[in-house]
Write a protein that binds this ligand. Sequence first.
Ligand SMILES: CC(=O)SCCNC(=O)CCNC(=O)[C@H](O)C(C)(C)COP(=O)(O)OP(=O)(O)OC[C@H]1O[C@@H](n2cnc3c(N)ncnc32)[C@H](O)[C@@H]1OP(=O)(O)O
Ligand SMILES: N[C@@H](CO)C(=O)O
Length: 241
Amino acid sequence: MIARMREDIQTIFERDPAARSVWEVVFSYPGLHALWWHRVANWCWTHRLKWVARFVSHMSRWVTGIEIHPGVTIGRRFFIDHGFGVVIGETTEIGDDVTLYQGVTLGGTSWNPGKRHPTLANDVVVGAGAKVLGPFTVGAGARIGSNAVVVKEVPPGCTAVGVPAKLVKCKDGTPEDRRRETADRIGFSTYGVAQDMPDPVANGIDAMLDHIDSLERRQDELEALTKRLSEQLGEQQTDKA
Ligand SMILES: CC(=O)SCCNC(=O)CCNC(=O)[C@H](O)C(C)(C)COP(=O)(O)OP(=O)(O)OC[C@H]1O[C@@H](n2cnc3c(N)ncnc32)[C@H](O)[C@@H]1OP(=O)(O)O
Ligand SMILES: N[C@@H](CO)C(=O)O
């Protein structure tokens, strides 16, 4: 536990140029306090102490201005900078090395129970005031601009800004470049003819190309995961033998 707390403090030095000393970080960072209280609340939540969990979470919000539902799953090296006004809903899942700024909502759009909040993969950054709404995934390394309202999946490595959020950049090229690559790969040679015209058919094709691209990326991720799992299984069987 102490090692994990040290890691939390170190994370703040890595991601906040304003952090000056360990004492300052330990006593003056509401994001750190909210994270530590969340660990207590989450433990209670998963040990059938749901009322206590909600009460701990409520007290934490009272002190920090950050509301994290006790059911939220959070990975390593999570950092909420400033933090006031952050709200994280019950079925949110957060990977490793994720950063949020003040005013972020990770929320739902449905009153049905079940998964209704987003999943943030590793290394995601969500800018101040942004809202990410719905049970989709924000891919690894993606960045969400301040005040964006994100209502659908963001592919890994992409930057989404605006209301509703649109992709403006991806690490391996702009969304436009990727559509062109996908169009080439699937042999859709007429792509691009009407790009500067307000053509609903061209817009529909763009949307389909984006969807194909996102499915291909998801397939790659699943293949990598399957490979890793079968390697682990192989290692376990070797150990047993
Ligand atoms: C007290 C404090 O400091 S609290 C900390 C607050 N800071 C934050 O919340 C950081 C959040 N980060 C951002 O919003 C950043 O602008 C990012 C991550 C979205 C983009 O960063 P970069 O990758 O450097 O992209 P870049 O600045 O080149 O912008 C790309 C395009 O998006 C636009 N853009 C960038 N941010 C936003 C935004 N929040 N909303 C709308 N458009 C935006 C840019 O104008 C640019 O448009 P253009 O290509 O038409 O010129
Ligand atoms: N804490 C961050 C954002 O405000 C900085 O000082 O840059």
